[in-house]
Design a protein around this ligand. Structure first.
Ligand code: 5GP
Ligand code: ZN
Length: 113
């Protein structure tokens, strides 16, 4: 989708700090990380939200989440980690290209929750 910021990242039209990429999935650091290492995982095909995601594509996204979580764990040594997926404006979605947040946690006062 031409006016989608995440499609622009996929196409290389705007930069992002990529942490993982394969044929189906891209992961990159959130531009305003709520905690150190906050990462977004997206399908390369434009799907607005969970309702549009096929089970196959959901599988592709989830397949890479443990890899990225382990890489974050090795790099930043968080004490916990949240997975978060907002669907719809009322649920806090602000970019309408499906994405899974990976949010490393560092204890009380880490800036999230
Ligand atoms: P949502 O609120 O839709 O669940 O999350 C969207 C996330 O995308 C936000 O955490 C926001 O900081 C991030 N974001 C928005 N625009 C950009 C961008 O241009 N680059 C990157 N890396 N992240 C972005
Ligand atoms: Zn898109």
């Amino acid at each position: 989708m031409s006016d989608c910021i995440f499609c622009k990242i996929i196409n290389g039209d705007i930069p992002a700090a990529k942490v993982y990429e394969d044929e189906h999935v891209l992961a990159f650091l959130d531009i305003s990380q709520v905690t150190k290492g906050h990462t977004l995982v997206i399908p390369k095909v434009h799907k607005e939200n969970i309702y549009e995601l096929t089970p196959e594509l959901a599988g592709k996204v989830l397949e890479v989440v443990p890899k990225i979580a382990n890489s974050i764990k090795a790099q930043f040594d968080p004490v916990g980690l949240n997975l978060l997926n907002n669907n719809g404006e009322a649920a806090g979605q602000s970019v309408f290209h499906y994405h899974m947040h990976i949010i490393p946690r560092y204890g009380k006062g880490d800036g999230f929750g």
